[in-house]
Design a protein around this ligand. Structure first.
Ligand SMILES: NC(=O)c1ccc[n+]([C@@H]2O[C@H](COP(=O)([O-])OP(=O)(O)OC[C@H]3O[C@@H](n4cnc5c(N)ncnc54)[C@H](OP(=O)(O)O)[C@@H]3O)[C@@H](O)[C@H]2O)c1
Length: 267
């Protein structure tokens, strides 16, 4: 099913000016067919995402809610506090997935944070545990120290930064790749002439070509939009890319655009 591989990024731009836009965007996303809502304590929108879940006709058990633990809650006890706060804000008894938002290797607490996640999963407060922005060395460290590899790693991924090596590592270890900023976030990538050419060939839009490319690579993409029509167009489309299209889009690789997980710190 398409909605298992395309989730909704709840951090819509419009919410930064008007927080109720987080609620209306999540509500319309559920109405157009999304079944995964990606949020985080740091987005400061979990109250509104929870309101959308309470208001929708979609049954709770059909919705996958993902939250994340921010840097300021790294550490064993702090991580538990973070999850409890998210549950209170979301007004939910459990979340479907919880991720460590960034590794912050300098402060060196992601292993303790992971231990807390394992315990909270075992206690039934989280269904699936994972991470975000982890490099292979961080993933390996978790597995070595706790015996448990994350089920998910949510990372920057789009045609300009295809994450080929990391995806191969994920495949080897049974980790689901989730793509943040799957459309490259800024309009520039979407205007790339290569994407325009492939879109023209398939009678689709460059955005749909990018999302089809994610599907081809087996990554779950999390596009954000506050516009119900764009939300719909990002989920319901038929584009079958051929090998040449994939090669052309893979050829757009130019490296990471956003923060480097080896050094980035946010709290
Ligand atoms: N784990 C992490 O560290 C991390 C970091 C960043 C993001 N994320 C997650 O990933 C989600 C998505 O990332 P993102 O918002 O950075 O980037 P994105 O989804 O790649 O891009 C969002 C932008 O694309 C526009 N857009 C969406 N659909 C469109 C369409 N069909 N045609 C034209 N424009 C379209 C949106 O504008 P409109 O709203 O006007 O449609 C918005 O400005 C976030 O909401 C968040 O859940 C996670």
């Amino acid at each position: 099913m398409r909605s298992e591989l395309i989730g909704f990024g709840t951090l819509v731009q419009a919410g930064k000016e008007n927080p109720d836009a987080y609620r209306t965007a999540a509500l319309s996303a559920l109405e157009v067919g999304y079944r995964t809502l990606d949020t985080a304590l740091r987005y400061e929108n979990e109250v509104q995402v929870g309101q959308a879940i309470a208001q929708t006709d979609v049954p709770r058990e059909d919705i996958t809610v993902t939250t994340k633990i921010p840097g300021r809650f790294h550490g064993y006890h702090e991580a538990k506090t973070s999850i409890i706060r998210s549950l209170i804000d979301l007004q939910l008894p459990y979340v479907d997935a919880a991720l460590i938002h960034w590794p912050l290797p300098r402060i060196h607490k992601y292993v303790d944070t992971w231990r807390a996640l394992i315990e909270m999963r075992d206690a039934g407060l989280i269904r699936t545990i994972g991470v975000s922005n982890f490099l292979p060395e961080h993933l390996q460290r978790l597995a070595e120290e706790t015996g448990e590899m994350p089920a998910i790693n949510q990372v920057e991924m789009h045609p300009y930064f295809g994450q080929g090596e990391l995806r191969a590592f994920h495949k080897e270890h049974g980790i689901q790749t989730q793509a943040w900023s799957p459309l490259g976030r800024t309009a520039d990538m979407i205007d790339d002439p290569v994407l325009a050419k492939v879109a023209e060939k398939h009678g689709s839009t460059p955005v749909q070509v990018v999302l089809a490319w994610h599907l081809h690579h087996g990554s779950m993409s999390l596009p954000a939009s506050s516009n119900p029509e764009r939300q719909r167009a990002n989920l319901h489309f038929e584009v079958e890319l051929d090998a040449q299209d994939i090669a052309d889009i893979d050829g757009l690789e130019r490296g990471r655009i956003y923060q480097d997980p080896a050094t980035h710190e946010e709290f």
